[in-house]
Design a protein around this ligand. Sequence first.
Ligand SMILES: [Zn+2]
Length: 347
Amino acid sequence: MLMRHGKFYLVFDIGGTSIRTGLYNEEHRRLERFRKTCTPNFLSQETASADAIVEHMLEVLKEEADALCGECQLAGVCAALPSPMAPDGTLWRMPTVLGPRDKGGFRLQDKLQALWPEVPVAMLNDVSAAGYYRVAQGGRDFAIVTIGSGIGLKVFLDGKPRTGPNGRGGEIGHFSIEEPIAGDLACDCGGSLHLGAVASGRGTLRVARQMAAADPAAYGNSLAARLARDTCGCLSNDVLVAAFRDNDPWARQVMTVSASHLARALAFLHLSLGLEEIVLVGGFAGACGEQYRELIANLAGRYAWDTGQDWNAIIRIESQPDTVALEGAGHFMATRPVQRRREVQHA
Ligand SMILES: [Zn+2]
């Protein structure tokens, strides 16, 4: 059987909503196969403690790996996690998974190593992992922005994620937008009016529900409302995205309100660092597609000094949200310096 030969890395992309598990072929430098399942999180496990959710998550990782790997020989494991990460591997916070129950300071290295004792285990931030996919394609200086359950960022300079001495960089999802939007728009981290609370996939839906409640007549006449009536009966991300892609004016208005906050942050990033490439990834961005990229590019242009830059060239979208971080984690493992067993590396 083909899978029993060659050198494979087991790679995980752990998001707030989904866990993706992949097998990366070192020789051919590509993802051979992957699986996707739901992440145990604070929304699905309403009464569980943060520790219990993390333990459940580790069980799911092992089950998914066993189902995917069969008898193939592993050369290493890499877990991409939705948390800023200290150089020693401490996970500062994981709000999209643990919500307000997140007490911070998780250490998973030893627990992951115990699951795969025979091979080196590395941990990466999930957005850094997605960035390594761009590095594999030749990218050196760029920003990668995930728009999914939350919002994440990593700036890569000279092919490496730059997160500062304690790994706290890239968390613009928890930047306070300080602009009044009606109603309660609490961030998963427990803070209020953070960028992720209004412009992530979950956040955009919160804004949509607020706007529907504030103007029921406008919502009632929209394509989004018709799609909602025809499907689950309630306004969901699927409905909102479908209406947006079908140019529903109401859905477009919602997306513009949400995306303008993100576009402002990206304009600031460009003006600060002069980056000429900003790549959008993540489930929500991928689902919304090219129209979303155009919207962000147009809005960012409004918030930035015009020095002749082409926002349509600067803002790119990655169309394969399921596999970007898995491919990147595989590339990271295949190109890092040779590691001995239990020698830890984080990025
Ligand atoms: Zn937050």
